[in-house]
Every structure is written in C-alpha cells, then in structure tokens.
Design a protein around this ligand. Sequence first.
Ligand code: PAF
Length: 283
Amino acid sequence: MLPSSSETIAETRAAVASARSAGKRIGFVPTMGALHAGHASLIRAARLDSDFTVVSIFVNPTQFGPNEDFTRYPRTLAADRELCGAVGTDLIFSPTVPEMYPPTSRTIVEVPALQDVLCGRARPGHFRGVATVVLKLLEIVRPDVAVFGQKDAQQALVIRRMVADLNVPVTIRVHPTVRESDGLAMSSRNRYLDPTQRLHATCLHRALVAAENLVANGERSIVALQSTLAGIIQGTPGAQLDYAEIRDADTLDVMTALDRPALVALAVYFGSTRLIDNTLLNF
Ligand code: PAF
C-alpha cells in the first residue's frame, strides 16, 4: 500500500499531531529521494523504534554548491513512494522549495569546526545547508527518533552536535552503511557512474578494509595508514583523491596517534561524481 503523502508543513504537522494524540511514537527519516536499499534499511530501523514513520523527500537546494549537481540530482518520486510503501512508511512529506524556503527566509544554522573539515573543505556551505534543513524538518515533524546513515558520518556528527547544542528533543540514531555485494557503499550518486567507473569505485571500500587490516595487525601510525589509503585510491584508474584522513570519531580533530576512537574517511572523484565512504576504528 502506498503511504499517505503531504506537500505542506501544515498537513504534515496535522497528520503527525493526530498520530501522536493516538499515543504513537514518531520515527523520522529525512532523505533527498532517489531511494535505495540503504534508505530502506534506515526506514526499517525507524519503524522498529516507532509506531508512525515519516519519510521526508526534499532535494535541499541550500546544501548544494553553485557548481554541484542540484539540477541533475535524480528525482524519482513515484519509485520512492513504492519503496516507502514496501517498507511500511506511514507518511511521506515531499515539500516544494518555496514551502521550505519562502522568499522571506533568512535564518541559517552553522556548526563551526565540524562543518569546515573533510567534506566541508571541498563543499563550503554544504553542512550549513544540511543543518538548516534538518533543524527545520525536525521542527516540522517533531519526531521522537530520527535515523541517519553512517555513510554520511560527518553529517551525522554535525546533526548530533546541533541537536545537543540547541536542546532539540529528539533521539538521533545512526545506522550502519549498506553496501553492494562488491563493497561499494550504496548512494544515490552511484547511478552517475559509467560501467568502468562503477567497477573501479570499489577502491574506496578496498582502501578502508586495507586500513582496518593494518590496524588489526598492530599498525598505529596515522601517517602510514593515510598513505596506504591514498596509495590504493591513487593507484585506481579514473579515481581522483579528494581526501583520505583519520580523525577523532567525535570531534573530527586531527589525531597524532591512534589512541582513541577514530573515523577513517575518504572522498574520491570519478569524473564529476564525488563518492564518500568511511569506517570507524574503535579501541
Ligand atoms: O543525507 C541526506 O540525504 C541529506 O543530507 C538530508 C539529511 C536529507 C538533508 O537534506
């Protein structure tokens, strides 16, 4: 069965208020659509922890830079509705741009430091757009729990920090990355890859596994690990390294020694398609 859907903030608030007054716990998965099995697993996780699951589908213009893929970002609403229905979504909120950003809108949300490193360096303004739209969506849906993917590890950290700093009453859950059978992390942008690029795109996962194996065998040098990651990416045809970094898993501070939980994060271009992936090293 297809879920109910709403394009307006008022209708969404009314539907959620009625579920809440029936005693239901509200789960929320914000997305930009072009849904795949990774999103399906986030929705299932939200469902397990709630009685009424809302999925937002909104390609948020403020998180795209001027030369990024906002206009060509895949918009597949009919297929997205089917997927949402198949995994038991109760309500889809798919607002228009003016509904979310009327011309009078001015306020932005910034999470300094966390937003400026890793992906924030190549995508200035990206996390400001993400934080702003996620705060607005949380304020519209007012969920008890919201679920995000670990693939976007920096985004999850920015959102956790924002929610804690602004006392937003929601539990944030971060769900493991879902991968294709050859290890490539699922992403709506994978569909931009041509067959050769798709073949070589497994280098991100291979590099992360190589780093994990080195650490399991006792390697503790950040420099050595980063250089292994970079070497694997740079040795892959068509791959252009943006960054290969190991940083503190909570603060994203630079680490000089591998002595606490660390995030190993990669961003790699194949042509104009930018792929990211990461793994956590826990000690
Ligand atoms: O991860 C995404 O799809 C987006 O960044 C999000 C969280 C839906 C905000 O637009």
